[in-house]
Design a binder for this molecule. Structure first.
Ligand SMILES: Cc1cc2nc3c(=O)[nH]c(=O)nc-3n(C[C@H](O)[C@H](O)[C@H](O)COP(=O)(O)OP(=O)(O)OC[C@H]3O[C@@H](n4cnc5c(N)ncnc54)[C@H](O)[C@@H]3O)c2cc1C
Length: 412
């Protein structure tokens, strides 16, 4: 395959992974980001390499659960009501995907993308400085009681189909396995042999340096437009200067939607706003990452403190921090970990780039020479390295028939 001049837009996990694999395939690669590496969702996520995250949010019953959540003040899902007219068509498509048949199809596609995530991260970073941010760990689900675990049977069935058999513990065993859990948790479900990222911000910075060490270029620049000749990209136009290219990769997370429009492509991408609180110098740390099922947030022992991340607020990409979900997250953390003390706390909000079928867009948009690598909703950190590898393979003409489920043109 002839070496090409390739511009990758967006230095989150998807863009960084694509850029590194393209460089390793021998291409000339320039990665641009308007704010520098790891400025988006890839900075503030929960850090879980969630190979088991094969249950889409749109699972059967979501219409009823979602309605209940929307009328409650204490629910992990909320909506910026001013955005409803813009969100309504996306929500309608999202709900159409909540049948059992579609859920199983989506789950199988997610499994294809995610099942070897820890290996993919290790392959991306082997022998580089970025290895230091990957940790092996088990993953736990903290349930108030066994009945709550049984109520989650549909999700666990999908995980079992994907090959994950849980170990279920209750009674005093729970606190023996995870001393940080208070009496509010009487059932702990565990999957062994997974992994997490110990500092997502440092990981993105390291990956950018890996790209440079291997001969790629990283620039701070904002993509504004494109030049197309005979329907194919020839330049990425930035606030800095035009960047000529044979091919481009669009990996700008939630901001990919307005950029795709410059190519005449409309994608139904919505921001699921998410939040984290990172407690610095905490008095307690869990021994493994966990999903706190009551309150629906993840906890992860990280290098810089205890990160608690979650909540979904459907809305726009205004920078304004929403206090409601953040305050609820703080209350939920205090309820589950009543003895937690800390010196300071970092508050963060970011945007999960979400499609109505919970699957990312991976592949060439039309015959434009621009390849999509975005739309990874809740699982981008997990699926980013494989996405980058697939995109590099596609650009080199090595397609994979199974990738049609992620077709970048499937929304028309
Ligand atoms: C609270 C929360 C918890 C999460 N937890 C997890 C988890 O535990 N595990 C997991 O797998 N996933 C998790 N996710 C999801 C995951 O973080 C995202 O799916 C993933 O980070 C998306 O990566 P990305 O590279 O597509 O986009 P981003 O990381 O958002 O990167 C996009 C980049 O594009 C840049 N950009 C935008 N516009 C332009 C432009 N015009 N020109 C140049 N650059 C531009 C931005 O500056 C940004 O750096 C979580 C998300 C949230 C919000």
């Amino acid at each position: 395959m002839q070496a090409q001049n390739i511009v990758v837009v967006g230095a989150g996990i998807c863009g960084l992974s694509a850029a590194i694999w393209l460089r390793r395939a021998g291409h000339t690669v320039t990665l641009i980001d308007r704010d520098g590496p790891g400025a988006g969702a890839s900075y503030g996520n929960a850090g879980l390499l969630a190979e088991w995250a094969v249950v889409p949010v749109s699972e059967p019953g979501i219409a009823w659960t979602g309605l209940k959540y929307l009328v409650s003040r204490d629910a992990p899902l909320s909506l910026q009501w001013s955005q409803l007219p813009r969100l309504a068509p996306w929500l309608a498509q999202f709900l159409r995907n909540s049948t059992d048949t579609r859920t199983r199809r989506i789950s199988s596609a997610l499994s294809h993308l995610l099942h070897d995530s820890v290996d993919q991260h290790r392959a991306l970073t082997r022998g580089t400085r970025a290895e230091r941010c990957i940790a092996s760990s088990d993953i736990g689900w903290a349930y108030p009681n066994r009945a709550a675990y049984h109520a989650d049977a549909y999700s666990w069935e999908l995980r079992r189909i994907a090959g994950y058999t849980p170990e279920v513990n209750d009674g005093p065993e729970v606190q023996e396995i995870e001393p940080m859990l208070g009496p509010a948790t009487t059932c702990l479900v565990r999957l062994k042999g997974h992994g997490h990222i110990t500092n997502p911000g440092a990981y993105m910075a390291d990956l950018a340096r890996v790209l440079e060490d291997e001969g790629g270029t990283v620039r701070r620049a904002e993509m504004r437009d494109v030049t197309m000749v005979d329907g194919r990209i020839t330049q990425v136009l930035t606030d800095e200067r035009p960047l000529p290219c044979d091919t481009a990769v669009l990996a700008a997370g939630i901001w990919s939607e307005p950029l795709a429009r410059k190519l005449g492509v409309r994608v139904p991408l919505v921001a699921e706003r998410g939040f984290h609180l990172e407690f610095q110098n905490p008095s307690q740390m869990p021994t493994m990452p966990m999903m706190m099922t009551s309150g629906k947030f993840a906890v992860n022992p990280m290098q810089l403190g205890l990160r608690c991340a979650g909540m979904v607020e459907l809305g726009g990409t205004s920078e304004k921090m929403s206090r409601g979900p953040l305050n609820l997250l703080a209350r939920n953390v205090a309820r589950v970990f009543p003895d937690l003390r800390y010196d300071s706390v970092e508050e963060w909000m970011g945007y999960r780039p979400s499609t109505p079928d919970s699957l990312p867009l991976i592949g060439e948009m039309g015959a434009s020479g621009v390849f999509a690598a975005f739309g990874h909703q809740h699982i981008g950190l997990t699926g980013g390295p494989k996405t980058g590898r697939w995109v590099a393979d596609m650009i080199d003409g090595r397609g994979n028939a199974e990738l049609h489920t992620f077709d970048a043109n499937r929304f028309g």
